[in-house]
Design a protein around this ligand. Structure first.
Ligand code: GLU
Length: 404
């Protein structure tokens, strides 16, 4: 059987081509203006690492600003949250990507604008790392997110370095404020190399899904960064990822995302899907016209908006069995589904109803597929309290959901 997912993606791609040649190629990096403007590819990566890709899937392009969330992730993993926050804030700037966006204390506003991304690049690796070591760690780290060795496009790198006056000025400014660790020239060089890494849409989808899977690459299985890092990165992507159209994006599409001037957009929906789209013509905010359209379609069709409430946990209770008089049937509370806070609360409310008659209780978790930390703690506490009330409690937990 041919997967309907691929057919659906083909259909989305076709429908997003309407409007022909709307948008402009980025031209401030001369080499970027040399690409074929009609290229268009879409990829999705699922939780188990399955990748669906349609269109110009072999087309490579430079990652540009889409590298920023991953360099931020590496800096957080290497220096800790406080260590990074000392140098770069997390407030949306509402400014263009290359503006002087600074807090009153001299910190760049966030790591998704150039001034913050250059500063962040220098924070990757241990404090004693040289600029070259930071850049090497960025390239190795982004490759781990993609699950393959990424290479620098030397032509794009040279082309951007020739025209990097503005980024250089931003770096000197941060250095003057005491927030940039490296020599500004080295930091801009390293950051420009980071932006010049070549990727395709499959890479983007896998990288995004790694962020959306708490830092575990779903294809290679490597834990690239800790889970807390991904929560931080996705939060900043949600508020600052789409240049000065971040608010529009969040309300229309509702997926933490980052775009780049090469025409790519990557989106990471926690626990669900990683998206990569490429089409080089940009709108007035610097976001790819077709990629924005495609993401709007995907989000609407597949119900991917982050703020759309998930199914309410109404089916937590599979059933309650009352004990019979001759003791053949014990009192049983049977649960099902996934135990997170809302589900475990429903379960606890059921345990509360167990009469204080010292009769044994069975908590049947056979149909419970998983529990998060809070769900597990709540259920264990329920069992403990039943025991304190004098009940003998048997927990049937063949899936080990209450284990650590
Ligand atoms: N390397 C580009 C720059 O710093 C990235 C810009 C972007 O993709 O937004 O100008």
């Amino acid at each position: 059987m041919r997967s309907p997912v691929s057919d659906y993606l083909e259909e989305v791609r076709g429908s997003c081509m309407d409007g022909g040649d709307e948008g402009q190629l980025a031209s401030y990096i001369p080499e970027l203006a040399a690409v074929d403007p009609d290229r268009f590819a879409i990829a999705l990566c699922t939780v188990d690492g399955t990748v669906y890709a349609v269109g110009d899937v072999e087309q490579r392009f430079t990652i540009q600003s889409m590298s920023k969330p991953f360099a931020y992730a590496l800096a957080l993993a290497d220096r800790g949250l406080a260590g990074v926050l000392e140098h770069v804030g997390v407030e949306p700037s509402g400014d263009a990507f290359n503006e002087i966006s600074m807090e009153d204390d001299g910190r760049p506003r966030n790591p998704m604008v150039n001034i913050g991304a250059i500063t962040t690049h220098a924070l990757v690796g241990p404090p004693e790392a040289t600029a070259e070591q930071s850049t090497a760690r960025v390239i190795q780290g982004l490759s781990a997110f993609a699950g393959r060795q990424l290479e620098v496009d030397e032509q794009v790198f040279a082309s951007e370095r020739e025209t990097a006056d503005r980024n250089m000025a931003l770096a000197y400014l941060v250095r003057a404020q005491g927030k940039l660790e490296d020599d500004p020239r080295d930091a801009v060089d390293g950051y420009t190399r980071q932006c010049s890494l070549q990727v395709d849409v499959r890479d983007l989808a896998v990288m995004a899904m790694t962020l959306a899977s708490s830092g575990r690459n779903p294809v290679t299985g490597e834990q690239v960064v800790p889970a807390w890092v991904c929560r931080q990165v996705l939060s900043v992507m949600a508020t600052c990822g789409m240049y000065d159209a971040a608010g529009d994006w969040m309300s229309n599409v509702g997926i933490p995302a980052k775009s780049g001037v090469s025409g790519g957009v990557l989106g990471a929906l926690p626990g669900q899907v990683g998206i990569g789209v490429f089409s080089p013509r940009l709108d007035e905010f610097g976001n790819s016209v077709r990629a924005v359209r495609a993401c709007e379609r995907l989000s609407n069709d597949m119900g991917l908006h982050l703020m759309q409430a998930p199914e309410i946990a109404s089916t937590v209770l599979h059933g309650v069995v009352e004990p019979d008089d001759d003791g053949d049937q014990l009192r049983e509370v049977r649960l099902q589904g996934t135990m997170h806070f809302a589900a475990a609360e429903v379960a606890l409310r059921q345990l509360e109803q167990v009469p204080e008659d010292a009769a044994p209780v069975v908590l049947d978790l056979t149909r419970v597929s998983s529990a998060n930390d809070v769900g597990r703690r709540m259920l264990r506490e329920g069992v403990r309290r039943l025991q304190l009330d004098g009940h003998q409690v048997r927990v049937d937990d063949p899936n080990g959901v209450l284990d650590d």
